[in-house]
Write a protein of this length. Structure first.
Length: 319
């Protein structure tokens, strides 16, 4: 794996600053609604800040990729600017001190151990780079974005093949548009045969492109395990809200070692990211349902998570 040190040293600080700014803002907002004797639930704040930062990075990366302007310096600059704006806002309102942080219970300590265990299990990703199914398509879309800055590929060779489409390309069933494709997951534009448009929604491959841009093609494979680890925390906080800490810990433990979770957390498809976004949205909506005076940040987090999930899988409403 070839490390691109310069992009890493600009991107990592920008994301870290964004997470810190979101965490400080969350502490201030949630602290205004927390009982003084209880304090603020800091593990939940950290989780919300990390997921919120991932959503922001995903939205910015998707916007850049779909407009043909994706690059790690541009992404880092925008993320850093967002963090700076939040930081200035928090500084100007620094007199509004946040509530005291509540001590984590033993269940949250065990949750931390679960997350470390999940990391050991999941951060050995399948080396799936080639292939014509979903996994191979996602990795190659990410590599295309990282290499060219655009999610749409323009290739004169594809245009040449289109001149002999009857023998070189695969024709789709009648009444389907576009009419031809060369590889599974990539559509050939009928109006401009040199343009090849990915079949899948851009949110997931745009995030994979961040990993590919930082560490080369293999870096894209390590993005999905991160979502798999965060899935464990998302389920814990959702189940804790619905039931209690003990039930949440049991549910998270089972999810950590479930065979399908271990498999898909190491597989570069959308399932782990979708699970993280949906669980986060359900958590936010449940907080709003339970607390009539819930801070507005929960509505923003829930709406952003659900919107990002809908931009990750086209079949989400059916799921």
């Amino acid at each position: 794996m070839a490390f691109a040190w310069s992009p890493l040293f600009t991107f990592a600080p920008a994301v870290l600053l964004l997470i810190v700014a979101l965490a400080l803002g969350g502490r201030r907002l949630l602290g205004g609604h927390a009982a003084p004797e209880r304090g603020v639930d800091w593990p939940l704040i950290v989780f919300g800040a990390v997921v919120g930062a991932a959503i922001v990075v995903g939205w910015v990366a998707t916007t850049l990729a779909t407009t043909g302007w994706f690059s790690l310096p541009a992404l880092s600059l925008i993320i850093g600017a967002i963090a700076a704006v939040l930081g200035v806002y928090l500084w100007r309102h620094r007199r509004q001190r946040g509530a005291v942080l509540a001590a984590a219970g033993w269940q949250e300590i065990v949750l931390g151990a679960l997350l470390l265990t999940a990391a050991l299990l999941y951060f050995r990703p399948h080396e799936y780079v080639l292939g014509g199914n979903d996994a191979g398509s996602y990795v190659n879309i990410a590599s295309q974005i990282a290499r060219t800055g655009d999610i749409v590929a323009v290739d004169e060779w594809t245009a040449f093949l289109s001149e002999y489409r009857e023998v070189t390309l695969r024709e789709q069933p009648a009444h389907w548009l576009p009419r031809y494709l060369q590889f599974v997951g990539w559509y050939i534009d009928d109006a401009n045969p040199a343009r090849t448009v990915p079949q899948f929604f851009p949110f997931h491959p745009a995030l994979l492109a961040v990993g590919a841009g930082l560490f080369g093609p293999a870096g894209a494979l390590f993005v999905t395990p991160l979502w798999g680890v965060l899935d464990i925390a998302a389920l814990y906080f959702l189940a804790r809200r619905l039931f209690d800490k003990n039930v949440a810990l049991v549910a998270s433990t089972f999810l950590t070692v479930t065979a399908t979770q271990v498999f898909f957390a190491r597989y570069p498809t959308t399932e782990p990211l979708t699970m993280l976004l949906v669980f986060t949205a359900l958590l936010a909506f449940q907080v709003i349902w339970d607390e009539r005076d819930a801070p507005w940040i929960w509505g923003l987090l829930g709406g952003a998570a659900l919107g990002a999930a809908l931009l990750t899988r086209i079949d989400l409403p059916l799921v």
